[in-house]
Design a protein around this ligand. Sequence first.
Ligand code: T1G
Length: 692
Amino acid sequence: MAAINSVADLTFVGDVAVLTIGSPPVNALSAAVRDGLRDGVRQAVADPAAKAVVLICAGRTFIAGADIAEFGKPPKGATLPELQGAIEGAVKPVIAAIHGTALGGGFEVALFCHYRVAVPSAKLGLPEIKLGLIPGAGGTQRLPRLIGPEAALEVILSGTPFGAEQAAAWGVVDALVEEGDLRNGALAFARKAIDEDLPLRRVRDLEEKIAPARGKPEIFETIRRANARKFRGFEAWEKAIDAVRDAVEKPFDEGMARERAAFLALLATTQSKAQRYVFFAERQVWKIADVPDDTPTLPIKKVGVIGAGTMGGGISMNFLNAGLPVTIVETQQAALDRGLGVIRKNYENTAKKGRMTAADVGSRMGLLSGTLDLSALADCDLVIEAAFEEMAIKKEIFARLDAIAKPGAILASNTSYLDIDEIASVTKRADHVLGMHFFSPANVMRLLEVVRGEATAKPVLATAMQIARKIGKVAAVVGVCHGFVGNRMLAQRQREAQKLILEGAMPWDVDRVLYDFGMPMGPFAMSDLAGLDIGWSKENTSSSTIREILCEQDRRGQKTGAGFYDYDENRNPRPSPIVEKIILEFAAAKGVNRRTISDDEILERCLYPMINEGAKILEEGKAQRASDIDIVWINGYGWPVYRGGPMFYGDIVGLDKVLAAMRGFQATMGDGFKPAALLERLVAEGKGFKDL
Ligand code: T1G
């Protein structure tokens, strides 16, 4: 065995050279790995003893892409064109042996090779779009040559890996080898290549899959139109379409050069920096400073859910989807029947869309039971309370639950705002109590705020994080405070949005600014969707807010065809002259001199107080990291991933600018805008949240 460098070694099996890459955790294409590949292949090709070269990786996966941590740093080590030259230009067959995930630059390196073999469990793909990039090492030029431009764009625009079976069907992989026996399978293929003198098949030379699309720009226009809505606000996707069109229309090397230029241009964008930041933030969020990864967790085999309403039903579906039996408790039979019925309907609708089979519906519903008897939860390992958002009700439930639940059972509340420590105080197991705050629809939204109480034991917290991962959520640990992280910051934005429509803007102005910023919808359209009458009652109404007046006039949102907007028969919103009149009269009655408010002011007044509140949350220790706050907003509130989250955005805008604006607002509109001490400190030190 010859060590090429710290991450690559070359061995010989007869006349086959085996170049093994070993760079944990995912053999990312770092400078050392690139050097190892280039020098290893060159050495093997130059060695007369070698008739073929097998490229294989140690550990759990083939190369999982470029080393994202190297982006933005001064380039060093072998370049991708050098690698391409060494491998594709080799005069002996180079065979990639793939297991785990061959992604991004890793898949592109495999496409430099003349042949590829894989175990059936392997996954291949080009996820660069998720990093605000396009493939930058020939993926947009070589993949279309193997599978055609449409299928290639499907892979590139989705960023979703495809399986080895599909790869074999597409001819991307030349042979599937036995699971768990990759090395021997690859050696056997190399043997075949030598004995049958297989040609050096360079993907760059393939034509038959791209020729039919030549001179048909409509193919790409159709794909552009079909994806425009999904990629609203993103920059990379159109460059991906352009690059694949180049693969069809331009000579290979010209296509490569244009791909590279587009890749480097995207690499420098704030969008890609934001999405790369989110990549690491989504991995950091699981780490809890004082709870080591090896903290013991509790077995969760049976789950109880209290409340069969919208949240209780959605929460239950997460566990049923993960194959865990769920018992739902309700107080009224009608409510229970309704709740169970909604869950079945949801599954049946999914089956109708072909996304699950009737058997799946049956097996999930088979895991679900309903009862009016709380004691049926006595043998549950985890109970999640999703009852009415009122402290007295929650405390009454937890006191009874504490008496019923078995020792060691975890009791969680899905409260969106309330004090977990106060809820825990009515039990004798405060160390087994925490918050698990799901977001509606709970079976769809990825975010879970795991609310750590003062007494919550570390194994209980670790168990909640583990179960969150099992049900496919992104979980962020947050501290006990009103509204935790997400809703606490949202309250700042909602407050300002309400004030802005009093002072001079209209609901549709505020919504347009936030929609153009990249939010899925603005606060007023969101309120109309949720219903303006949440927490409103006819008996107690007093025309004290615009929202109350709208409810009094039966404008309760989309469900009544009118709210802050008027809605047509297809529920499309239109600015409402009636609402405009209500707002103008209300402002006049309040003696407000309305003024013209710029889009910039709307944006700053909606976002900066959120960022400021995020700083307070950090200084109070209610979130571990600024990036956790960003993960909360991206996965729970639709903050555009290409803007990295409110805290990342604050750093991009410049905290000095945020602070100056907050001070300005404080001077004219009062202490509601008082800057957080942390914000002032970071600005004074010339730092950002990223430096924390
Ligand atoms: N670069 C650097 N670090 C990486 C990495 C990468 N590409 N992939 C993973 N890690 C780290 C990760 O931060 C974590 O670190 C650890 O590895 C385990 O990851 C030229 C430009 C491979 C499916 O986008 O999708 O190639 O937190 O927790 O759940 O065209 O990681 O332990 O310190 O995610 O088993 C394209 C990214 C790059 C794939 C494994 N490639 N990675 O998932 O483990 S752009 C990607 C993944 C590119 C070229 C372009 C997943 C995984 P830590 P993990 P996992």
